[in-house]
Design a protein around this ligand. Sequence first.
Ligand SMILES: Nc1ncnc2c1ncn2[C@@H]1O[C@H](COP(=O)(O)OP(=O)(O)OP(=O)(O)O)[C@@H](O)[C@H]1O
Ligand SMILES: [Mg+2]
Length: 261
Amino acid sequence: MSIVAKRVVLQSDEFKVVAYHNINSEMDQNEIESWQKLIRVLTHEIKNSVIPISTLTEVISHMVTQEDGSNLSLSSLSEEDEKDIRKSLQTIEKRSKGLVKFVSSYGDLAKIPQPQLEEFDIKNLIRQIISLEKTEANKKDIKISFSSGKKEVIIKADPQLLEQVLINLIKNAIEALNGQKDGEVTVFMEQSEQLTSIKIKDNGPGMDQEILNNIFIPFFTTKKGGSGIGLSLSRQIIRAHKGNLKVSSKLGEGSVFEITL
Ligand SMILES: Nc1ncnc2c1ncn2[C@@H]1O[C@H](COP(=O)(O)OP(=O)(O)OP(=O)(O)O)[C@@H](O)[C@H]1O
Ligand SMILES: [Mg+2]
């Protein structure tokens, strides 16, 4: 990689990425595009929260000011105006709390803990997660299966972090099958001398190329109420283990996420 220098500047109300780089290699170009996409998502989220806060404070300020610019006594406000002000204050509170939550989750993404490696049976962990997720899946008529023999599969990894990744991937698979008949999530595992591979497969709607290009970018989501953190966090965790998290997907057929460690 040959990025020489990179800086981000804020221009008027829009973020703009200014990058000094050598764009000869495809890697650099992809990285710059990821930055630009991330900043677009951040800008969108921040604007969505801040614009109503700014508009509502302006409205309230106007309501408590007389035409000559002097303060209006609050006791002279009509009942209706008072009600409006209370409602606006509630919205401001909700939006600003939402923004704080969003910013904290962004902070969480930036500080993935160093994996605490230990040897454990990954099959056992997968079984435990599946039995927890089964309740949710059964409610939606979705089958989850894990084909594994009796033999344990010992890996060296951080069990808590790996559990987080597996939960994210299994949840995504279940969410993709929402409302679909014959929905099925299958977890496969293989271990050779050098590698352990865990695949989470669903027969959901799959993703088109445009979505596939974006799913690992922080805050990218197509779900109402989704935070878009699950996959980028999962990829960071797997990379911190020096492993890989890959996806393949076909529209109308489903998706497979593969962890290799
Ligand atoms: N198995 C899947 N099938 C189809 N689309 C998927 C699948 N897994 C992920 N996606 C797509 O990738 C996007 C990003 O997933 P990610 O887990 O990062 O965020 P999310 O599920 O939207 O929100 P959350 O942060 O709450 O998990 C999803 O919104 C969805 O569009
Ligand atoms: Mg998710």
